[in-house]
Design a protein around this ligand. Structure first.
Ligand SMILES: [Fe+2]
Length: 480
């Protein structure tokens, strides 16, 4: 069985590109909620350059809600070298640049001479210290003009990402696509993994009003793949699952970076806990698992509590994301579920699955980042007939243990939903969820708005876009 989802991906792999758009939107259903004022920024793959779902040039979109005014959407590709090369060779059998999931055309010798992967600046977009940044974990950010989305260039964040020396400045240091914001201190923290001969985890802090500074650099025992982290009011937490880069395999030009990520199931997942105030870090070991994403984390007395979308291992995940175009058995697709981990002061790890609901792209009210949260939002699989696609938007209430789901059904693909509070000054659960819903047959995107407390009732507003906004991964709501 091949689902519509897979069919759509196969079409995209044959050279389909989402076109840049600049349009005024009108609801096809419902009405834009009064009080919804701001811009939803999202980023993702606007084209597909290999079988890997992540290999696509970054298409950033901005949907601006103005009270009493029209809703406007704009999308622009990030003008990276990968994008420019892709434009010159549309639909090529092998990519013109080396990607995370596919080597460049030209054989092993050419790939030996290339960087392990060229940035597509396609994973997320975030406003940090007044700069709109397209993020991709293997590179420095790319700065965009917030209104027009025109590319301004690579951004070294006040030189924090520009190591000394000519080569260092040219290459820059990586900055992950998952920065963490603390609403209490208005700081943004983030990290970057360096996979050289001496693997390191660099940690960065951006104060309110800047600048960004490198706070510390921690030597790692292995070249872990680290995609996201969690932050409490006092600590940064990195869950280092045993997905480890085989550096010789990728450095020799033999395989692309994602092919060289190996699962070492005999190893522990190491939970690295780093005090924000400085001082010694600690490492706690647990049975291995793999996660892409955290929903949130908080201090509970001296314990640290983490909610994350957990997978049993990397192996099945890798097989699935490397063959999206010809995955024929949806039941083979790995499904993450929401788990809660508690790390006690004495180093004991307690864990349990919060709910059987499959979930990815988990998010919370950003005002509760670093403190306790009640609701987790995410994308889920609605019904077995939906196959492997994320066809449904979900809210999971961690206090009641109840899920609140709206399923669009086969042929639809929903994005990560983002919470927008109804009243910014009132810290309650009232608000909206804003998300994209891809119409896979039509090849277009709908902007959808849900009442965050009654997702199952369906969207309160649907705004059709006359184009596809790509396969988006992450984004951010920025208040007007
Ligand atoms: Fe991510």
């Amino acid at each position: 069985m091949t689902t519509d989802y897979m069919g759509a991906f196969m079409d995209l792999r044959r050279g389909g590109w989402a076109q840049e758009v600049d349009a005024e939107l009108r609801p096809s259903q419902g009405a834009v909620p009064q009080g919804l004022a701001g811009t939803l920024y999202r980023n993702g793959a606007g084209n597909h350059l290999s079988d890997y779902v992540i290999d696509g040039d970054g298409l950033v979109s901005a949907v601006t809600f103005t009270p009493g005014g029209p809703v406007r959407v704009r999308s622009r590709y990030v003008r990276t070298p990968s994008y420019r090369a892709s434009l010159k060779a549309p639909g090529a059998d092998a990519p013109p640049v080396r990607l995370a999931g596919a080597n460049a055309a030209g054989g092993r010798l050419r790939n030996l001479l290339l960087r392990p992967a060229a940035s597509q600046a396609s994973t997320s977009v975030a406003m940090i210290d007044g700069r709109l940044l397209a993020l991709w974990e293997g590179d420095m950010p790319w700065e965009l003009e917030p209104g027009t989305l025109e590319t301004l260039g690579r951004c070294d964040l006040d030189r924090a990402l520009a190591p000394s020396g000519l080569l260092g400045r040219r290459l820059g240091s990586p900055y992950s696509a998952h920065p963490c914001w603390d609403p209490r201190t208005a700081e943004t923290w983030n990290f970057g993994c360096v996979y050289g001969p001496r693997p390191r985890l660099n940690i960065y802090r951006t104060a309110q009003g800047g600048p960004t500074e490198k706070r510390r650099s921690i030597a790692l025992p292995h070249r872990y793949m680290v995609h996201d982290f969690a932050m409490t009011a006092t600590h940064l937490v990195f869950c280092l699952g045993p997905v480890i880069l085989d550096l010789p395999a990728v450095a020799s030009g033999r395989v692309p970076a994602f092919e060289a990520m190996r699962w070492h199931g005999e190893e522990a997942t190491r939970i690295l806990i780093v005090p924000r105030a400085g001082g010694p870090f600690r490492v706690v070991e647990a049975d291995p698992w793999f996660q892409w994403h955290f929903a949130g984390a908080y201090d509970d007395g001296d314990d640290i509590v983490l909610d994350l979308a957990r997978f049993r291992s990397w192996t099945v995940m890798h097989e699935a994301i490397s063959s999206m175009g010809h995955l024929t058995d949806p039941s083979c697709f790995p499904v993450g579920r929401l788990w809660r981990y508690r790390v006690t002061a004495s180093g004991k790890v307690e864990d349990h699955q919060l709910n059987a609901l499959p979930m990815e792209w988990p998010t919370i009210d950003p005002r509760r980042s670093t403190t306790a949260h009640r609701n987790v939002y995410g994308a889920t699989i609605g019904t077995p007939a939906s196959g492997v696609a994320f066809t449904a938007v979900a809210r999971y209430d961690t206090e009641l243990g109840e899920a609140d789901v709206h399923d669009y059904g086969p042929g639809h693909l929903v994005s990560e939903p983002l919470f927008v509070p109804r009243d910014r000054k009132r810290l309650d659960e009232q608000g909206w969820l804003v998300a994209y819903e891809a119409q896979l047959t039509a090849g277009t995107t709908n902007i959808v708005v849900f009442d965050a407390q009654s997702v199952a009732d369906g969207p309160v507003c649907t705004l059709p876009v006359p184009e596809s906004l790509g396969f988006t991964f992450h984004g951010q709501w920025v208040n007007a």
